[in-house]
Design a protein around this ligand. Structure first.
Ligand SMILES: NC(=O)C1=CN([C@@H]2O[C@H](COP(=O)(O)OP(=O)(O)OC[C@H]3O[C@@H](n4cnc5c(N)ncnc54)[C@H](OP(=O)(O)O)[C@@H]3O)[C@@H](O)[C@H]2O)C=CC1
Ligand SMILES: CC(=O)C(=O)O
Ligand SMILES: [Mg+2]
Length: 617
């Protein structure tokens, strides 16, 4: 086991990420009154300023929980109701108000307001009710909130960089009030979940992801930065809406687009050279192009491509055990992936990496042969199998070449012995897949015919409609269990309730979402101060999560711990990612014999507790 005694950043500057993390979350939020001194007791937060600013700073405010002594020394006596109420009473009030909200969107707005008032209380309630509230601050409700973002807008959070900021970004980054930023989630809003181009409204996604980085991954609230790159939108409804808050022009493309992103990356890394950047919800092929451009230059990854691959691979590996097989049997699976975009290709590359690492395939090419990929036109197959104008072959008469060419990444999956654009139903008949993955963003793509056909050939068909939000899932849990007579091993991107089966049993559902992988990845990278995010980190994340369900859970089709245990998942993943960072030589933290790495990771994770505040001019 690796151990860490003292950590330092690149350039030999003492870095507090781990060695001092236990008190670093006590730092004040606003630069003008930020004060952090390791000499002070770690249970006290010392500040230069006082008064109403403290009360209205969400990172510092305790609302009614300020003690009388604190009110006195912070000059806020009389500015809050007289009775001091501890956090337990505040939580009671928040939960009652939350339960009184009539719709998920109303809950979202309520929680966003709490986030803006008192972050400690926000994270406390989220962590205490993670299973319930992840569905509000994250998928599915965050999808609706993104669509409505311009209507429900109350207060700004994060940073926007837009086409009118060209040439200004290196200066703008200094408008952010915190000197240390551990994780940035950035989107250009071009493909928000399965909801398409939502322009600047996409901001709700980085905010939601970063809330999970804090609640599950233990990253400090003051060290996260949500960002929208507003390069315009092609969403005409938003452009026509007088309330829309983004730039009112079509999306930048080509050189304009890539040089814009370059300016932003340069600006960000000039102020925060060690920050982890998570690219989120960029449309294909920009998502891949940006990853290819920056993955070897800065500490970054693409969530949709890479961390989705970790959790989906974890799901497939766990399903092998659930079916009484070994994880090493991965290469004997026959996998159909419907969706050939960022997530589809990313997920399949992760599966192939694992097959190759297991050494049960002779080559990467052999691994590609195990996966069948479809896009909106059907199977990526052989166009040569369509003799033109063959009157005897009804399929051939309908054949139209794809309007767009496949790129190199997709071309690897082309099946030269099968007809191009074959339908899912026909492919299932021919291939008899063991695993069916959906990453299309399109409801209903898993038809009854396809799923029933699959279930004819396998006792436990593995059916993963992974698109978000729930309204865009390729099929519902009810459908999957109905069409397989309750035998499916089911996982979806957004949460579905377990299904009551006619035989009295319960069809267990799993959530297979990158929210299981990115918080731990971020924690591990932050703690180790890894300078790069590597393929092995994603592979090991998958293996770690795949080993977490108990044999009893696996037997009944439960593949992962529940969402309420995301913190535990993140701590395990974080520890493993940290180890990989050290083993691969990308950790810039200093390693000495001493503490146990898993304990360092655990003690580094933020806990939402109030800390006494002290004024020291
Ligand atoms: N569960 C999770 O953790 C995650 C889930 N996702 C979900 O995956 C979905 C796709 O994301 P992403 O890959 O980035 O999006 P992309 O737009 O990059 O890719 C979508 C793919 O689906 C294909 N497609 C569209 N319609 C159909 C259809 N009717 N039948 C078959 N294929 C179709 C598209 O084909 P064509 O190219 O021909 O248009 C394209 O290949 C989203 O809904 C997203 O929410 C994404 C990341 C994580
Ligand atoms: C979960 C996620 O990242 C997505 O649906 O895009
Ligand atoms: Mg995403």
């Amino acid at each position: 086991m690796l151990s860490v005694k003292r950590l330092a950043t690149k350039g030999n500057v003492l870095h507090k990420a781990v060695a001092q993390r236990s008190y670093s979350h006590l730092n004040a939020s606003l630069a003008h009154h930020e004060y952090s001194d390791p000499r002070h007791d770690k249970n006290v937060h010392v500040m230069h300023s006082r008064g109403v600013n403290i009360l209205h700073d969400p990172l510092l405010s305790k609302g009614t929980a300020f003690s009388i002594a604190e009110r006195e020394r912070l000059s806020i006596r009389g500015l809050v109701p007289p009775r001091c109420q501890e956090m337990d009473k505040q939580l009671l009030r928040v939960k009652r108000n939350l339960d009184a909200c009539e719709t998920p969107l109303a809950k979202f707005v309520f929680l966003a307001a709490l986030h803006d008032r008192n972050e400690t209380l926000y994270y406390k309630i989220i962590m205490e009710h993670l299973e319930e509230l992840a569905g509000i601050i994250y998928t599915p409700t965050v999808g609706l909130a993104s669509q409505m973002s311009h209507s429900i807008y109350r207060r700004s959070r994060g940073m926007y960089f837009s086409s009118q900021d060209r040439g200004q970004m290196s200066a703008m980054v200094y408008n952010w009030p915190h000197d240390q930023v551990d994780v940035i989630v950035v989107t250009d809003g071009s493909r928000v979940l399965g909801l398409g181009d939502l322009g600047a409204n996409g901001m709700q996604i980085p905010i939601g992801k970063l809330s999970l980085y804090v609640a599950a991954g233990g990253i400090r609230p003051r060290a996260v930065l949500p960002v929208v790159l507003d390069v315009g939108t092609n969403n005409q409804d938003l452009l026509n809406d007088p309330l829309y808050l983004g730039m009112s022009h079509p999306r930048l493309e080509g050189e304009d687009y890539y040089s814009f992103i370059d300016e932003w990356v340069t600006a960000i890394t000039s102020r925060w050279p060690d920050t982890l950047i998570q690219f989120e919800d960029f449309k294909y092929p920009h998502a891949y192009n940006l990853l290819a451009k920056y993955r070897n230059r800065i500490t970054c990854f693409n969530d949709d491509i890479q961390s989705t691959s970790s959790i989906t691979l974890a799901g497939i590996l766990a399903s092998l055990k659930s079916r009484g097989m070994s994880q090493e049997d991965l290469s004997s699976e026959r996998i159909i992936c419907v969706g050939a975009g960022s997530a589809g290709v990313g997920v399949c590359e992760g599966i192939i990496d694992c097959m190759v690492a297991q050494g049960r395939v002779k080559s990467r090419e052999e691994a590609y042969s195990k996966i069948y990929m479809l896009d909106q036109y059907g199977l990526l197959g052989n166009p040569g199998f369509h003799p033109p104008n063959n009157q005897d072959d009804p399929q051939s008469k309908q054949y139209q070449p794809r309007p767009t060419k496949l790129d190199d990444r997709q071309y690897c999956y082309v099946k030269h012995d099968l007809r191009d654009q074959m339908s899912l139903e026909e492919l299932v008949r021919q291939v008899k897949p063991t695993v069916l993955l959906g990453l299309t963003g399109i409801r209903g793509v898993f038809s009854e015919e396809a799923v029933r056909e699959m279930a004819k050939h396998h006792e436990r068909p593995v059916i993963f409609p992974l698109s978000n939000p729930d309204t865009h899932a390729e099929c519902t849990a009810e459908e999957a269990f109905k069409w397989t007579d309750g035998r499916a091993i089911f996982a979806s991107g957004s949460p579905f309730k377990d299904v009551q089966l006619p035989n009295g049993k319960i069809g267990k559902t799993n959530q297979c979402n990158n929210s299981y992988s990115f918080p731990g990845l971020g924690l591990g990278i932050t703690v180790s101060r890894a300078s790069r995010v590597t393929p092995n980190m994603f592979l090991e994340t998958a293996r770690t999560i795949a080993d977490m369900a108990t044999p009893a859970q696996l037997k009944e089709g439960v593949l992962f711990p529940g969402v309420s245990q995301l913190r535990e998942v993140a701590l395990n993943v974080g520890t493993r990612v940290c180890e990989v960072a050290f083993q691969e030589g990308y950790a810039t933290a200093i390693l000495e014999q001493g503490e146990i790495l898993s304990e360092v990771v655990r003690s580094s994770a933020y806990e939402p507790d109030y800390v006494p505040l002290v004024y020291h001019p």
